[in-house]
Structure formats: C-alpha cells, structure tokens
Design a binder for this molecule. Sequence first.
Ligand code: IPD
Ligand code: CA
Ligand code: CA
Length: 282
Amino acid sequence: MSLKTKELKDLLQFALDTSYEAGEILLKFQKQRQELLITDKGADGIASEADQKSEDFILNEIKQKYPKHTFLSEEDYSNNKAASFDEIKNEEFSWVIDPLDGTNNFVNGIPIYAVSIALLHYGEAVVGVVYNPTSGECFYASRSEGAFLIDFRINPFKKYKLDHKENNKEMSECIFSPAPTYTKEKTFEEQLSVFKKNILGCRAVRRLGSAALELCYVATGNFDGYWEKHLKPWDVAAAGLICMEANVALTDFNGGEYNPFDNSIIAAVNPLHKKILGKIKT
Ligand code: IPD
Ligand code: CA
Ligand code: CA
C-alpha cells in the first residue's frame, strides 16, 4: 500500500527532529572527546560512547513514537543478530540508522561526521536524513518529493533543492571522492587499479571519511563522483535516497541496480556515472 503524503511528511519531520537532537548529543560529547570511552570492534572499526548515546536516543524516540516499527542500527546490530534484506522487505516500516557516521573523524576531532536516519517501507527507502551537526548541513529527502539541503548554521529558514540534469564535465574538471579499501592485500591491489584508472586526469581527489556525507556531497554537486566497497546499509540508506531524489545515478560496482544492502556503490550524475562504471567494472 502506498504512503499518504501527510504520513510521509510526518515521518520526515520525525526523522529531521530526531537527527537534530542526536546531533546535539554528538556535539556535547565532542567537547569532551579526550575522555571518550572507545570500543574496538575489530574488522567493524571502532565505536565510542557518543555512538552509543546517540543511538540510544534515536531508538528510544522510535520506540515511543512508532512502537510497531522495526529498526536496524549499527551498534545495536553489532550486539544482536543481523537483519537481512529479505527480512526487512517484509516489514511495513524499518528504520535504518547510523548514529554516528565518521567515528574515526569524531574521535580525532575532525568536524566531518553525521547522523544518518532512513526509513524503509517494505524494503524501499522513503525518508532519508543526513545531518552534520558541526557544519549545520542537513540533507534530506522523501520518496518522490525531492532532495533538499538546509544549512542550520547559515540560514535555517532557507532550503536548497538538490536536482541535477546531467554532468558533462571533462575528467579534468571533476572532483572525486573514492574510498579504496586497505584491509587485505589482494583487495587493495584491485582497488588501487580502479582508483588509478578513474582519478588519472581528474582535477582533485577528496576523502571525507563519512560515506553518508560523501554521497550527499555528490547530491549537492560538491563532488562529481564517489565510489566505495564494503559498506553497510546504515552507511548508505539515507544518503542513497537523497542521491536518487537529486537525480544522481547509483549502481553497484557491476552496474547492478542500487540497493542499500549491496556492499558496493558508485554515485555520479550521468553521463559521468557511465564513464566511471566503465572503468570499475571488470
Ligand atoms: C565508516 C565511514 C567511512 C567508510 C567506512 C564506514 P563509521 O562508517 O562511513 O567513510 O569508509 O566503510 O564504516 O564506522 O564511521 O560509522
Ligand atoms: Ca557508518
Ligand atoms: Ca557509525
């Protein structure tokens, strides 16, 4: 059953308010970052007290307001069993949450991190919010209603519509944000070759360390292209919808249809996306 516009609007407002409040929690912890408790999650990276407190807040808000909705959230998932796409697509409403995307930046005092909240309706993203509390940039979208940016620190009353027709720039004019993986030697060599093929001749390369913000920067046009492997649904679910609503083309590394449960993603406005895919696809 499709969602009514009013219902979608309320769900989006809830996601915006909750992201904003979670962002306030992150800012509070950022001020005391020297005393932060850090947990090593092995191959899954690190988590801090701030990740946990932001998540506790978001999950409590959801449980209170929408007790029947399910959720998939990074730190909770680390302690419990995984929810697969097969399970999620049978649920009417599931929230997919990264309470702090960019933890490494956060614990090192680099002000590039975000709260990421998506809502899936039978497995399809219908609401997405990515909020960087330090810069005040709040990116959001709802299904078929477009993608927007509000800059809370500069002008909280003005929203900018994110929309692209095409990207016909030459490579020499492009700024890319690729993320080569560096955990295993073989993967590293493969990724390096993809990295080299695409960045050769481009204008510049930037790596932010927050997948959610990097995708949103493609949605705004700050970056021309972004690609990464080994991501998790909470890294991309919200920003993926923001990209799609801004007419950014999204696929996996094989050119397959984007799904937040895939482990690879390429984001760029066409025809540039096709050029990048041509060099990544083996
Ligand atoms: C990470 C960030 C990073 C990406 C990693 C993610 P986290 O999320 O998005 O940019 O390269 O793959 O795990 O751990 O900071 O939430
Ligand atoms: Ca993340
Ligand atoms: Ca995280």
